[in-house]
Ligand binder design. Sequence first.
Ligand code: HEM
Length: 265
Amino acid sequence: MNVLASLAPAAAAPALAAPDGARAGVGSVLLWVALPYVAIAVFVLGHVWRYRYDKFGWTTRSSQLYERRLLRIGSPLFHFGILVVALGHVGGLLVPDAWTDAAGISEHTYHVVAVALGTVAGFCTLSGLAILIYRRRTVGPVFSATTRNDKLMYAVLALTIVLGLAATVAANIVGGGYDYRETVSPWFRSVFVLRPDAEPMAGVPVLFQLHALSALLLFSIWPFTRLVHMLTAPVGYLTRPYIVYRSRDERLGAAPPRRGWERTP
Ligand code: HEM
């Protein structure tokens, strides 16, 4: 199978050209070609800038010290939900339907599993986010620690999630179904294989279009918000030793010492 051809169906045609030879309109090129590259550039260069100039501000600015009860429910609900949503996007946007067909997965099976998983994960994400925002507003010290930057970030994040969920529910559950793998996905891949093609986005339902545009806005503000913590998930927390501030004991605990747990002089 020609892998590149299946990644970008318009690869053989000149970029931006419609199948009948008509060229995509200027507005369409601005929205679906220029804007995505601006968002990608701001996302990448913004992170480099943030790391170089605000290394010590690269943090979640955790508010766990102020409140734990709501955080313990809202945070896992949001984070596990968004993880499944993200995996769903990788499958739905990056994997061409020709590949799932070749793997013997019928369009119907793919669709049922994707909509069911996506909807459950989307609602978990949204309810987790609702709890986190409610907590921010109602718990005094957490509200005091919330900046204007945070408020903007929460608004754009919530907008993106609500629009994604609304598009899924409206198209698949209320409406008769919409195969975004024929339109949104080829457009998305065309941007990444550097053969941008605005054409597939032309007839896409408006909720999907607004969802993709709000996601581009989210990616553009991402490096300047606390969302940077996503790139530095503290995986080391799982294996690092607890911090021992002071101990007179010769031996720390009953377990034999392990690598990384040695005493500091
Ligand atoms: C340009 C980037 C993006 C594109 C092209 C895109 C596209 C899509 C599409 C086509 C769907 C419908 C899936 C279906 O009907 O089964 C969807 C759903 C959804 N999207 Fe996005 N999306 C993008 C970024 C994001 C981001 C950054 C978030 C979250 C912060 C997000 C959150 C959601 C949610 C919650 C749903 C509904 C549940 C689900 O299907 O997983 N999307 N998106």
